[in-house]
Write a protein that binds this ligand. Structure first.
Ligand code: ZN
Length: 482
């Protein structure tokens, strides 16, 4: 049986056939032409015999090596920030983006013609355009307001929600927290003044249950988890039951043990490895994402057959300290739960050589908190943890969220006869940084000094403890040291 084209009623190609043609497509890229040389796939059972593709391969092959079509035939180009070395290039095509968008739309009943979505995903992340397509698919309105765009700072995003009666937000999980803090700071009532929002898509970082509950509670909105990455694009979407389903029509998934790379069973945790089924532009074969997920055992009550998983984060986000071991996911979950009992959502965690330090921001840091809450925090994390309570704006400087530059159209002419700005360089014409009065400068300075002092105190403490533990170890003949 061969898959035809343009047939109105076409039986779905068998999984084997889908995979077979995906592998053949992948061979069109210079990387896979050599990487898969001598390997063949007849059916799904052969997949395990193909070599893995690692992140390093993608880095090495960037920018053109993974492309299975000429670069101009790609619809989109993106790349990783490259802060830690050479960036990873990712290319995608419109048809595949449309398929992802259709999947997203199909799983979220609230996405309808009445939707107005404030899309806060950075515009240089491909997921942003999956949302744009999904909104086109739904026949609804999309506001491209990436959180890294200088022309839509947090204050303006809030204003959009209020003024345009935005019904949905898509963003990193921290964004709704920041927006709600800023709203409170401005004296806005989240449920009254920003009550039009009934749906929040969260993706791009782990979404532990306590964080999800917090956002859900504050915004009185349904949370839809989005799982994906620049290289793989959309991998999973949350359903109406709040569970995350893998997009099996887009990708072939293997969940593999992090050490043995053997498939793990239901209920176990493993590394997500994907093979593209629909990508024509930059297909990947057995790409090891490095994401640790737990396979869920029970079938989802929503009725979807696709497997559900819990995303635990990247494998390298594992912290080993004082004989204990925890992932960022678990640390964040416990920390959000603890913060909630103290009536805040704002904290910052320092991973120090001997402990986790939780800097938690409270209206009144001198007020005592329940000792059981701190005990539960330590038990849940399983690592040495201490809590330091700080006052308002010491962890999240809200005033900084207002201090954004004004952006203008680039120009080389300035008419000084007119009232208003009088720029004298192109940069000044383009950008205007806020000017500070004496009082603001004083507060900023004070905060800077306080932060610097705290940093110095903690660094000294770390050094002193490192010194004493090494001398302890010497005197005890290394008895107590790991
Ligand atoms: Zn479901």
């Amino acid at each position: 049986m061969k898959a035809g084209h343009g047939e109105a009623v076409e039986p779905p190609a068998s999984r084997d056939e889908l995979l077979r043609s995906a592998i053949e497509r992948a061979r069109r890229s210079p990387f896979y032409a050599s990487h898969l040389e001598g390997h063949s796939l007849v059916g799904r059972a052969d997949l395990a015999s193909l070599p893995f593709t690692r992140k390093e391969d993608l880095i090495e092959a960037s920018p053109f090596g993974m492309l299975a079509v000429p670069p101009s035939k790609a619809w989109h180009y993106h790349e990783s920030s490259g802060t830690t070395g050479k960036p990873i290039s990712t290319w995608s095509g419109l048809p595949e983006l449309k398929q992802m968008a259709a999947r997203l739309h199909g799983m979220v009943p609230e996405l309808d013609e009445e939707t107005i979505l404030l899309n806060r995903f950075p515009l240089f992340a491909p997921v942003s355009f999956v949302f744009e397509e999904a909104l086109r698919h739904a026949g609804a309105c999309h506001i491209a307001a990436g959180n890294m765009s200088w022309d839509v700072p947090f204050t303006r995003a809030l204003e959009f929600i209020q003024r345009l009666k935005v019904t949905a937000i898509s963003s990193l999980p921290l964004e709704p927290i920041l927006l709600s803090e800023l709203a409170r700071d401005q004296g806005l009532d989240l449920r009254k003044d920003l009550g039009s929002v009934n749906l929040i898509f969260c993706g791009g970082a782990v979404l532990p249950p306590a964080l999800r509950r917090g956002i859900e509670h504050d915004w009185e909105a349904r949370i839809v988890e989005i799982y994906g990455s620049n290289e793989t694009m959309l991998m999973g979407v949350g359903c109406t039951e709040g569970r995350l389903h893998l997009c099996r029509e887009l990708l072939e998934f293997e969940i593999l043990h992090p050490d043995t790379y053997e498939p793990v069973g239901p209920g176990e945790a493993g590394i997500v490895t994907i093979t593209s089924l629909v990508q024509e532009v930059m297909p990947l074969v057995r790409y090891v994402t490095g994401d640790l997920v737990r396979r869920e055992t029970e079938r989802c009550p929503c009725g979807r057959a696709d497997e559900t998983i819990e995303v635990l984060g990247r494998l390298e986000e594992t912290v080993e300290l004082g004989g204990g071991r925890a992932m960022h996911y678990e640390i964040l979950d416990a920390a959000y739960e603890f913060a909630d009992t103290l009536g805040t959502r704002i904290f910052f965690i320092l991973i120090r050589p001997h402990e986790l330090r939780l800097l938690v921001e409270l209206d009144d840091p001198t007020r005592a908190h329940p000792i059981e809450a701190e005990k539960r925090l330590a038990e849940r994390i399983g690592l040495p943890v201490t809590v330091e309570k700080l006052g308002p704006n010491e962890v999240l400087d809200r005033s900084a969220m207002f201090r954004t530059p004004s952006i203008y159209k680039p120009s080389v002419i300035s008419d000084w006869r007119r009232p208003g700005r009088k720029p004298i360089t192109i940069m000044e014409a383009l950008l205007e940084w806020p000017k500070f009065d004496g009082e603001t400068l004083f507060h900023l300075g004070k905060r800077q000094i306080r932060n610097a002092l705290r940093r110095r105190r903690l660094t000294r403490e770390d050094r002193r403890l490192a010194g004493s533990s090494s001398s302890d170890a010497k005197t005890r003949g290394r008895r107590g040291a790991h």
